[in-house]
Ligand binder design. Structure first.
Ligand SMILES: Nc1ncnc2c1ncn2[C@@H]1O[C@H](COP(=O)(O)OS(=O)(=O)O)[C@@H](OP(=O)(O)O)[C@H]1O
Ligand SMILES: [Mg+2]
Ligand SMILES: [Mg+2]
Ligand SMILES: [Mg+2]
Length: 358
């Protein structure tokens, strides 16, 4: 009995800090969206967009994690090189201002001043740029590391559609905790025009939960036991990120009748975990692209704790010990336990048809 109650407390501080950090970052990104001006968006070397909100949200989350867990490594998507450059001075001032606004906001329920937050806790520009760069860890197979995707689905964010603020804790290459904040995701999928702003939290062995962004109405999540004719695919909006035509072939192979749901970001994993759609599928369009660990780590623990299965197209688990990317993985498939074998078989069939057509 005693051992059980000790075990159920595993990662409780980590969970609380991650929730608090994701909430602060979500308020920041939502308020930036309302005031967003084009000059606050720039383009990275790989042509992907990055906004003042991506940088400042990473600064906030990383500052809080470093205060609470100074020995832990962080793998974050963004780095501060463009902000430190001469040409980045306007962007830099906005990032500092926004990050400090978020860090110094009043403490909310569950917050703790020891995490570097609350009135009077403003940081210097150098401290905030260093906090962003704390996310430069190379990853690896041993020890504790956090992942931060300050805005996943930046293109969705810019369109005013779905995006997610994503944090995970990985220990010895296993994802133990995932927190995903979705400011634009309806709280109730059956009321798409109802209240928006959903938070998803999963701790390995402790289940998956959804609540509102302010922490109200926590509810456990279980992927329903769908039959094949009830399934629909969840796929990226951006056709450059995932092959819609490959996904269509899998859908025809399975005889699915429902059209796919296109949604930006890890909100797709959240939709899957709460039974809103049946299969997350992602076939890359570019064979030299390597999936980033921050794009999938929180989603993996969320789906598994909601009773689902996630693997690559060979049926192998995603490898979070290979560095900042998933390494040589082929595709991503997540769905409920019952239908997973049939969906994987269909994926393999389409892959082999594709090979024989080359
Ligand atoms: N070429 C290519 N192929 C595959 N994936 C890529 C590619 N380029 C980028 N990315 C990553 O996709 C992340 C966005 O998530 P999704 O693809 O699920 O959503 S969406 O297509 O943007 O709507 C996106 O995350 P963010 O950069 O955080 O938005 C990228 O990490
Ligand atoms: Mg990006
Ligand atoms: Mg991302
Ligand atoms: Mg991102």
């Amino acid at each position: 009995m005693f051992t059980r109650s000790i075990m159920s407390l595993a990662f409780s501080t980590e969970k609380q800090v991650a929730i608090s950090a994701v909430r602060r970052a979500c308020s920041l990104t939502a308020s930036v969206f309302n005031r967003l001006v084009k000059s606050e968006t720039s383009t990275k070397d790989d042509k992907s967009p990055v906004t003042v909100a991506d940088y400042s949200a990473q600064a906030v989350i990383s500052t809080m994690l470093a205060h609470a867990f100074p020995a832990d490594s962080i793998v974050g998507e963004e780095d501060s090189s463009d902000l430190r450059a001469e040409s980045g001075s306007d962007l830099r001032s906005r990032v500092i201002e926004l990050a400090n606004e978020a860090l110094t906001a009043d403490l909310a329920l569950g917050d703790n001043a020891e995490w570097g937050i609350g009135p009077g806790q403003a940081k210097s520009p150098e401290q905030l740029l260093d906090a962003i760069d704390r996310g430069n860890f190379a990853g690896g197979r041993h020890g504790r590391m956090w992942t931060i995707d300050p805005i996943d689905g930046t293109k969705g964010f810019l369109r005013g559609e779905q995006y997610a603020v994503c944090v995970s804790l990985i220990v010895d290459a296993q994802v133990q905790l995932g927190v995903i904040g979705c400011p634009n995701l309806p709280v109730d999928p059956s009321k798409p025009d109802g209240d928006k702003g959903s938070l998803f939290v999963a701790v390995r062995g402790q289940g998956a939960h959804q609540m509102t962004l302010s922490g109200a109405d926590p509810a456990p999540l279980t992927i329903p036991t769908f039959s094949l004719d009830e399934l629909n695919l969840l796929e990226s909006v951006e056709s450059a990120h995932a092959s819609h035509s490959f996904h269509d072939n899998v859908a025809s192979n399975l005889g699915l009748t429902k059209p796919p749901t296109r949604m930006d970001s890890q909100a797709k994993y959240c939709a899957l975990a709460r039974g809103d759609g049946g299969v997350y599928i992602r076939m890359l369009t570019n064979s030299s692209y390597r999936e980033k660990i921050w794009d999938h780590a929180p989603g993996v623990v969320l789906v598994e704790e909601a009773g689902g299965v996630i693997s690559d197209f060979r049926g192998q688990p995603l490898d979070f010990g290979a560095g900042r990317t998933l390494g040589e993985n082929l595709g991503i498939l997540a769905t409920g336990k019952k239908v997973y074998p049939s969906v994987l078989e269909a994926v393999k069939k389409v892959l082999s048809e594709q090979k024989s057509n080359v």
